[in-house]
Design a protein around this ligand. Structure first.
Ligand code: XMP
Length: 525
């Protein structure tokens, strides 16, 4: 495997992804990991990421100099390039101009890293500081007009670094350079694949659980569904999937989840009908945070009640399975260490276990990125409507109904939302068929209806109406951190608007939210 040392919040993630794309397993470690810790992880290669700091500034992240003595090949990008230079005796200076964006790279030496790539190639740069003296034993292998040391190496010690970013798509031969390093220089094999993984993960799950009992809070989202499918394969009915229906799910969704996990997978499935309890708790509540708190607290109450109920047959529930994924861990680590990614226990710390309740955790997806989780889901036989489901907030439709939630509003929103999804699913599918890419430019990443707490006047037939407007929200995004409103074709917008006012009783107007995030958020509450 490959260890990526992360020199700044999440700079390492993209590199780890690129390595895995080449079917080599990679993991991220914080940049202050010691040579012993890294060596204990048993990597065949180490990659040093970029980062936002400047190597010459006080308090800038360092690297344990002993990592260069481990005899493990090292590759460094940007900050990783500069930190290698200064750690091994070279120097970095702060020139008058930085270099940002596309640059023309000139390869100047015969280097294994640049094998099968042309002498002049486009790379992506983003730096102010630059290496001006390379360490002893190093040669400069490439430069740009602005940057004399755009790549350097000590081939004997297998240390290769570049000022540019091979991990970004704008670097023309970036993936080839990574291949050259992993396969040509490190001699690794491309053997990380989903089919092998399903076998290994099933065996690991089974071994960990043994004869014990497992419980899972199944939301119907991608992550928990993949864990459920994996658990079904590994331990069958020893696992209980608890699906808590708070009545705030999208139209048809509870039925779909029940269908998949009762007919297709061999687990113990419990559908908790908590709709009435939630309706009562939420009656008259208008403040968004209060809604969220009520829904979250009740969720765990319902869940623990089921766990206790199960145990009345005398067999304890030993394990809680969770769909924690790699970014959850990286992000919670990054938060706790003030920006620097680090491996700290994930957000499960946030589960309010009642006094005296304890479960051991199983988090089989805790080293996977979202699209790997999707690939696993497909390999496990989950239907596409679950695997490619768009993100849906835990508090559900309650935070898409502005103001107090009631049955009537829920009904209007569910019906309008079903139309939005149907039309935009079809729109995305058309784009997918045209481009072969599920995330092609202009495809919508998340889309739904919102019900504001107002009414508007309209006219239908000869009748005056005084009903609800529906707000359409559709965004393009890759990670929900930022988003832009989707530039939907007018005919698609017209169809959605026409259908909603014609087919949804109680709705007489449709508005489109044309705000990006920031300054807005994707959800309305
Ligand atoms: P915002 O509204 O903050 O949402 O731009 C970013 C993404 O997170 C989803 N979201 C949630 N997901 N529990 C969740 O699991 C929540 O409470 C929650 N609130 C927002 C939202 O749908 C969007 O994809």
């Amino acid at each position: 495997k490959v260890i990526v040392l992360d020199f700044g919040a999440q700079y390492g993630q993209l590199i780890a992804r690129r390595v895995r794309d080449l079917h080599v397993y990679s993991e991220i470690m914080p940049c202050d990991a010691t040579a012993e810790e890294i060596s204990a992880a048993g990597p065949s290669a180490i990659i040093l990421s970029g980062g936002p700091a400047s190597v010459n500034e006080e308090g800038a992240p360092r690297v344990d100099p002993k990592i260069y003595e481990l005899g493990i090949p090292v590759l460094g990008f940007c900050y990783g390039h500069q930190i290698t230079a200064v750690t091994l005796g070279g120097t970095v200076f702060h020139p008058e101009v930085g270099e940002y964006g596309r640059a023309e790279l000139h390869v100047k030496a015969d280097s294994k890293l640049f094998a099968d790539t042309p002498a002049n190639q486009t790379v992506w740069m983003s730096h102010f500081d630059a290496v001006n003296n390379v360490p002893e034993g190093f040669v400069v292998t490439a430069s740009t007009d602005v940057c004399p040391v755009a790549a350097m190496e000590n081939a004997e010690r297998k240390i290769y670094t570049t000022q540019f970013h091979p991990e970004v798509k704008h670097t023309e031969y970036g993936q080839q350079l990574l291949k050259n390093f992993l396969f040509g220089i490190c001699g690794l094999e491309a053997n990380w694949s989903m089919d092998n993984l399903v076998e290994t993960m099933t065996a690991q799950f089974r071994e960990k659980v043994g004869d014990d009992r497992v419980i899972l809070a199944l939301s119907g989202g991608v992550d928990s569904s993949v864990v459920a499918a994996l658990g079904a394969r590994a331990v069958g009915k020893q696992m209980t999937c608890v699906f808590i229906n708070h009545g705030l799910l999208r139209k048809g969704e509870p039925e779909q989840v029940e269908e998949v996990f009762t007919k297709q997978f061999d687990v113990d499935f419990i559908h908790v009908h908590a709709e009435d309890r939630y309706a009562e708790l939420l009656a008259g509540v208008t403040e968004p945070e209060q809604k969220r708190r009520i829904i979250g607290t009740q969720f765990w109450k319902e869940f623990f009640a089921v766990a206790q109920q199960l145990e009345t047959d005398g067999k304890p529930v030993k394990y809680l399975a969770q769909g924690t994924i790699y970014p959850d861990i990286i992000e919670s680590g990054a938060r706790k260490t003030g920006g620097k990614a680090s491996t700290i226990k994930s957000h499960h710390n946030l589960i309010p276990f009642p006094d005296g309740v304890h479960f051991d955790l199983i988090e089989p997806l805790d080293h996977f990125f979202k699209d790997e989780v999707r690939a696993l889901g497909l390999a496990l036989g989950l239907p596409e409507h679950i695997v490619f489901r768009q993100p849906f907030p835990g508090p559900g439709l309650a935070i898409r109904i502005i103001g107090a939630v009631d049955k009537e509003k829920l009904e209007i929103l569910k019906n309008a939302d079903a139309i939005v999804r149907e039309e935009l699913d079809a729109y995305n599918q058309r784009l997918f068929e045209e481009t072969g890419d599920r995330n092609s430019e202009h495809s919508c990443w998340q889309y739904f209806a919102v019900l504001p707490d107002i009414k508007s006047v309209g006219v239908m037939g000869d009748e005056r109406t005084y009903q609800r407007p529906i707000i359409l929200r559709a965004v393009e995004s890759s990670d929900a951190m930022t988003a832009d409103w989707a530039k939907l074709p007018y005919d698609v917008l017209a169809r959605i608007s026409g259908r909603i006012v014609a087919e949804v009783p109680g709705a007489n107007r449709v508005c489109y939210d044309i705000t990006s995030k920031p300054p807005a958020t994707i959800e309305w509450e």
